[in-house]
Design a protein around this ligand. Structure first.
Ligand SMILES: [Zn+2]
Ligand SMILES: [Zn+2]
Length: 245
């Protein structure tokens, strides 16, 4: 086993709030500058740009994990990850189908840019990805399991789109092994405010929408290989796997 430095929450140009400067090359240059080994592009409710970032990552021997930031009916953000691209794309399609049929307003939210293999713009997603899925938190969690994925709440120290912000507490079910925290989270303060969060493994990431924020938050995983299965095992400390956040 070895240590891998990971930023598992990065938005691409597909996210309406993602800056156009978040091109595959720019993101990867920044990840290399910060010695990141594993990253995930986690756009809102869609994995349409996964392949282009994945291909670019392969050129540089970086591990690009398939991910997405799901917005549930309760306006809770969950990060979901998949080892199998087939499973991931099938999940992405099911998620897309579960979004309310509302068109994006590019003037207000920004364009939802779809990239081709050479970083060129090949189109714009017209359905508003910033909206919620019709899936509840429970349903979204079950769907992730159905497609053999792993998920956790994206940013529990955030004032919006977190389980605590939306529900006031983290329910017993669904049972998350980990919770995400933002780059700026002071863990001591979080535990003072919510002592029961000590029961969870914390995963810090950048949630970068602008290039200067890529790798501003990261987590180190002591694992066998850069896979979702290994990260999941590390969250439970199985067989000596460890996490530093
Ligand atoms: Zn979010
Ligand atoms: Zn995000």
């Amino acid at each position: 086993m070895k240590w891998y430095k990971a930023d598992l929450h990065i938005h691409s140009v597909l996210s309406p709030c993602g800056d156009l400067g978040m091109s595959p090359q720019a993101v990867i240059d920044k990840l290399i500058e910060h010695k990141i080994d594993i990253f995930a592009i986690t756009d809102h409710n869609s994995m349409l740009n996964f392949s282009t970032y994945y291909k670019k990552a392969q050129e540089y021997n970086l591990s690009c994990i398939m991910g997405v930031e799901v917005q549930t009916q309760e306006e809770i953000h969950l990060l979901a990850f998949f080892d199998s691209h087939e499973d991931g794309f099938a999940f992405s399609q099911a998620l897309y189908d579960s979004l309310l049929p509302i068109a994006n307003d590019p003037d207000f939210f920004g364009d939802q840019v779809i990239l081709g293999d050479n970083d060129e713009i090949i189109g714009f997603e017209e359905k508003a990805l910033i909206n919620s899925s019709m899936w509840t938190l429970d349903e979204a969690y079950e769907k992730v399991l159905e497609f053999n994925g792993f998920c956790y709440p994206a940013h529990e120290d955030a004032l919006s789109f977190s389980i605590i912000a939306q529900l006031g507490f983290i329910p017993q079910e669904p049972k998350f092994q980990a919770i995400g925290i933002t780059a700026k989270c002071i863990i001591e303060n979080l535990f003072t405010k919510y002592p029961y969060l000590k029961n969870y493994t914390l995963i810090r990431s950048s949630d970068a929408h602008y290039i200067q924020d890529v790798a501003s938050g990261f987590t180190k995983f002591f694992i066998n290989e850069p896979t979702v299965a290994e990260i999941k095992k590390a969250c439970s400390g199985i067989d000596g796997r460890m996490i530093l956040s």
